[in-house]
Design a protein around this ligand. Structure first.
Ligand SMILES: NC(=O)c1ccc[n+]([C@@H]2O[C@H](COP(=O)([O-])OP(=O)(O)OC[C@H]3O[C@@H](n4cnc5c(N)ncnc54)[C@H](O)[C@@H]3O)[C@@H](O)[C@H]2O)c1
Length: 473
């Protein structure tokens, strides 16, 4: 691969999983109004609040005692006993807090429950009707809007785009990210962010339960090929052992859908025109091995525990939906070109004697916004009724672009016309790595919509946002 150093290249309504019925009556400005017949209600400050306060704005255990402040009865559940009334302040404290009344049905429902309310949850619950069964979790297949997806690594480059695509389609999401490479500001203010490791079982149990998670999109991982060669144990621990812990938590919590970020690195360097999902996997570095082992784990857990699973093998990801969401690493070929040009240096091409039309390596580039839409398509498929699904799909465009063509395009778009210099071939670079994108298109109706020009243009905008000097050189 030419990318150096080689970063790879619900069921229940809110709270329904515990058997209660929660229902929102609509947004009313003025505060958060909570009604319940049981005495345990925990309010959590979540989205939009995390940047305030020493703990990032998160506040837990604001326990409201029964009838503590004489809450008034409202809405269709008027007549029920009220536990209390709480107010969520907005992040700055400058605008009126959101006021969301909740009703909790069935006085006789058991067992006692702790109800976690956060602003995102409250807002979304208030606009959605949640006709959950009062006698237990829903048994029928969920509408997508009834689901909550845990997105691990959601503050990362790709994860933030996935969050954007899924929330844009009306999904509820919660992000778990240790912020080792993620950036919280990439997330919309109303998306809950839990800071922590996706391999922390205690935390996972809590997050899965509190947010009534019904599906997981797992992006959190170590992703640098070169680093994986130097630190294979770290990569196996994070990408494989960590994944096993997450899957254990998922199975224990009864979550039924799991989507894994995999990679074209699982294929190694196959000598084929188009790489299909049936092309034998033969990774050539520990990173690719951990992605392949991760797929095995996911599929095996899916089979044993009736999980619907999807493994998405991304090809070369590029571009940004918004400049603020762009990749900050200089690991892939496009940011590497930008980096050299910004410093007034010639972009480097590794090898121009490959058996390709212009002698340079050919790759399949996919816009990150298209990739995010592919996650949504897979999530929808896994959410359909009809039993557990097991999908393994390439996410690419099915079109090859040579490194020299890419360098020319970068020169044109950036206005930096420095002739690339050619270096010797690097070990492990295949002459050609282009996806067959047929399965995604035929089975899920998804195809990439954005071309390479759009990828380079949007990536350049993002680059210039963080490197304003690039415009002046
Ligand atoms: N970027 C690519 O070209 C590419 C290609 C193929 C596959 N992938 C895969 O896509 C996924 C996302 O990649 P990206 O480019 O967005 O990387 P990224 O580094 O921008 O995002 C990874 C996110 O995961 C978080 N994270 C890492 N380890 C964690 C842990 N143990 N617990 C919680 N959070 C953790 C990071 O803070 C970050 O927000 C990875 O699984 C990667 O292997 C990426």
């Amino acid at each position: 691969m030419p990318d150096e150093p080689g970063v790879d290249q619900g069921d229940a309504g809110v709270g329904g999983s515990r058997g209660e019925q929660l229902r929102g009556f609509g947004d009313i400005s003025g505060g958060l109004y909570v009604e319940a017949q049981r005495p345990q209600i925990v309010l959590e400050r979540r989205p939009g609040y995390r940047r305030t306060g020493e703990d990032g704005g998160r506040q837990t255990n604001s326990l409201l005692g029964a009838d503590r402040d004489g809450a008034r009865q409202r809405g269709p559940d008027a007549g029920r006993r009220h536990v209390g009334r709480g107010y969520l302040m907005n992040g700055s404290g400058s605008s009126p807090p959101v006021y969301v009344p909740f009703g909790v049905g069935r006085h006789d429902a058991a067992p006692p429950a702790i109800i976690i309310v956060d602003a995102c949850l409250a807002r979304q619950t208030a606009v959605a009707t949640a006709p959950a069964s009062a006698d237990g979790p829903r048994r029928h297949g969920p509408r997508l809007t009834d689901m909550t997806w845990l997105i691990t690594g959601g503050a990362g480059y790709i994860g933030a785009h996935v969050v954007r695509a899924m929330t844009g389609a009306g999904e509820r999401v919660v992000v778990l990210d240790d912020l080792s490479t993620g950036i919280p500001d990439r997330l919309p203010a109303d998306v809950p962010l839990v800071r922590g490791s996706a391999a922390d079982r205690t935390l996972l149990d809590r997050v899965l339960a509190e947010h009534a998670v019904t599906g997981v999109v797992h992006l959190a991982a170590k992703k640098q090929v070169g680093e994986s060669v130097e630190k294979p144990l770290l990569y196996y621990r994070e990408n494989v052992s960590g994944l096993a812990v997450l899957l254990e938590a998922v199975v224990a919590a009864g979550v039924r859908r799991f989507v894994l970020s995999s990679s074209a690195a699982v294929y190694g360097v196959p000598d084929v025109e188009l790489i299909t999902e049936e092309t034998p996997c033969a990774p050539i570095n520990p990173y690719g091995e951990t992605k392949l082992a991760g797929e095995w784990l996911v599929r095996a857990a899916g089979k044993a525990h009736s999980l619907s699973t999807g493994c998405l093998r991304y090809f070369n990801v590029a571009g940004a939906a918004e400049p603020e969401l762009s990749d900050i690493g200089v690991f892939n070929v496009i940011p590497m070109f930008f980096d050299r040009l910004t410093r007034g240096e010639a972009p480097r091409i590794f090898g121009d004697d490959y058996p390709t039309p212009d002698g340079t390596c050919i790759r399949d580039y996919i816009h990150v916004a298209d990739l995010a839409d592919a996650h949504l398509a897979v999530a929808r498929r896994l959410s359909e009724q009809g039993g557990p699904a097991d999908l393994t799909v390439n996410i690419g465009r099915g079109e090859g672009v040579s490194v020299r063509e890419l360098a020319d395009l970068v020169g044109e778009i950036t206005g930096h016309h420095i002739k690339p210099e050619t270096e010797p071939r690097r070990p492990g670079d295949a002459a050609r790595a282009v996806a067959s994108a047929t399965r995604m298109s035929e089975e899920l109706g998804w195809t990439a919509r954005r071309g390479v020009r759009e990828m380079v243009e949007s990536a350049w905008e993002g680059w210039c946002l963080r490197h304003p000097q690039a415009l002046g050189t």
